[in-house]
Structures are given as structure tokens and as C-alpha cells.
Design a protein around this ligand. Structure first.
Ligand SMILES: Nc1ncnc2c1ncn2[C@@H]1O[C@H](COP(=O)(O)OP(=O)(O)OP(=O)(O)O)[C@@H](O)[C@H]1O
Ligand SMILES: [Mg+2]
Length: 257
């Protein structure tokens, strides 16, 4: 049963993305994309290279403002032209990138604490304390003094999670968080995401880790040419013998499902 208010909006939605479009030059990259994320949901986006998965995530967090459409957080529509509102919104939306995006000249601890000091205005002691707590949660408090170059890919990505989580985000956007990792390091990062999902974090994640998606995602969203062409529960889209775009894509890419 959908929970709707009188305007027909899903009142459980933490994030509501309605009719987003985005062009680069004359190329339409996102074409009328809509989705909702309910509290505690994990939705997974898959689709071929160039489908617009990263662009969609970047539009949602304001890194690449959409040309049309509406984004709302907990029912409050965001005015992307309002810098103050955009900054406040981005504090609530954590982002995890494929290539970690850490500051190379800062230690793991400083990578996590810098926004706590500069954005939230915490004292250096309080910021460091909170950062240590978050690093501890991802099993890295013992490496807090190391620089990114001294960490493995999996450890760097876990620092990125600690940094995002330190800001107490309402949702996390994850753009292929494991695809830059050596295969043996993928598991430790998926474990962090698994424990966040179990803890009720609301997440939208581009990934081709289909066995993970099957086990944990509430919904799989298949994108192609800037459109959502299929969406549904993993049990439906990945059912043995299902004639779905998702299944076809997984077979073509030889993805484990
Ligand atoms: N800043 C940009 N300027 C111009 N074109 C861009 C820009 N960013 C993305 N594009 C184009 O938009 C299209 C979608 O790119 P996007 O990175 O969103 O795809 P993707 O689904 O994330 O692909 P991948 O699986 O390779 O990560 C591509 O054709 C890409 O070349
Ligand atoms: Mg991408």
C-alpha cells in the first residue's frame, strides 16, 4: 500500500527525484528520470557505460545541477539556485565515489575531521574525537595517522565512508564504490555497506555487484540512454529464467548473480 498525502507524494520518501533532465551541450544525458527513496531503503542502479548513472547521482547532490525536474529531501523541495539551501542539502547527502576523492596531503584522521571543523564548526578536539569514532567503526582507528598513499584501496574507501558518515547524512549516494578496487578488497567495502543497510541507512548506489544487490537491495533500477527502462525487486528482475533487461544485461556482461 503506498503511503500518500493529499498531493500524491510518497510521504515516506526521504529523497524524492521527479522528472530530472540534464543535457551536456546538445546531448540529452538524463531524460525525465524519477525515483523515490524511502527511509532505510537501498536502491541499486545498473546499466551500460554512458547510461547516465553517475550523472544522475551528481544531479541529485548538486554537483551537476539538472536542467529540469525537482529534488526534495524529506518532502522539502530544493532550490538548486539558492547556494545556502544547496549547501545545507549537500550536508545531508553523503557521497561515495569510485576513486575515493580523499585529500592526498591529509592523514586519514584529517580527511575525516576537516569538514567537521570547516563546515560544522567543531573544535579541533571535538572534530578529532568524532573522526576517530567513525574511523573505528570502519576498522581503521589504528591507521588514522597514515596518508592515502599509505593505505590500500579498500582502506581508502573505508576512510571515505568514515568521512561521509561523520556528517550524519540522511542519505548516502554511492557511485560504483568497489569498481576501482582489486577483487580481494571488494569484500571489506561491501561489508561496510551491508552493515549500513542493516543499520537502516538510506542509500542509492550505482554498482554492478549483482550478488550483493540481490541480497540487499529493495529495488534494482536499470538505466539506458538516460532513462529508467526497468525497475523492480531483485527477486523479480533476477528470478531464474526471467526475461528482463536486467537479467539480459547481467548475462551479456557475465556478471555473477
Ligand atoms: N561533464 C560532462 N560533460 C560532457 N559530457 C558528459 C559529462 N559527464 C558525463 N558526460 C556524458 O554523459 C553520458 C553519461 O555519463 P555517465 O558518467 O553519467 O554514465 P555512467 O552510466 O555513469 O557510465 P559508467 O558506467 O561508465 O560510469 C556519457 O556519454 C558521458 O560522456
Ligand atoms: Mg559512472
Amino acid at each position: 500500500m503506498p503511503h500518500s498525502d493529499t498531493a500524491g507524494q510518497d510521504v515516506r520518501a526521504v529523497l524524492s527525484v521527479a522528472n530530472i533532465s540534464k543535457s551536456y551541450g546538445s546531448r540529452l544525458i538524463l531524460d525525465d528520470v524519477s525515483l523515490d527513496l524511502a527511509r532505510g531503503e537501498l536502491k541499486v542502479i545498473i546499466g551500460p557505460s554512458g547510461a547516465g548513472k553517475s550523472t544522475l547521482l551528481q544531479c541529485i547532490n548538486g554537483l551537476a545541477p539538472p536542467d529540469a525536474g525537482q529534488i526534495a529531501l524529506e518532502g522539502a523541495p530544493l532550490d538548486m539556485r539558492n547556494k545556502h539551501a544547496l549547501r545545507a542539502f549537500r550536508q545531508c547527502v553523503g557521497m561515495i565515489f569510485q576513486d575515493f576523492n580523499l585529500f592526498d596531503h591529509l592523514t586519514a584522521l584529517d580527511n575525516v575531521s576537516i569538514a567537521l571543523r570547516k563546515v560544522l564548526g567543531l573544535s579541533p578536539q571535538n572534530a578529532a574525537q568524532r573522526a576517530m569514532l567513525e574511523l573505528d567503526r570502519v576498522g581503521l582507528s589504528g591507521r588514522c595517522k597514515l596518508y592515502p598513499a599509505e593505505l590500500s584501496g579498500g582502506q581508502k574507501q573505508r576512510v571515505a565512508f568514515a568521512r561521509a558518515l561523520a556528517m550524519d547524512p540522511k542519505i548516502l549516494l554511492l557511485d560504483e564504490p568497489t569498481s576501482a578496487l582489486d577483487p580481494e578488497l571488494v569484500g571489506e567495502v561491501l561489508e561496510v555497506i551491508r552493515s549500513l543497510a542493516k543499520g537502516g541507512m538510506t542509500m542509492l548506489m550505482a554498482t554492478h555487484q549483482m550478488d550483493f544487490a540481490r541480497a540487499l537491495a529493495n529495488e534494482i533500477i536499470f538505466m539506458e540512454h538516460g532513462k529508467i527502462v526497468e525497475s523492480g525487486a531483485p527477486s523479480e528482475l533476477l528470478a531464474p529464467g526471467a526475461a528482463t533487461r536486467t537479467m539480459d544485461f547481467c548475462h551479456r556482461l557475465d556478471l555473477e548473480i
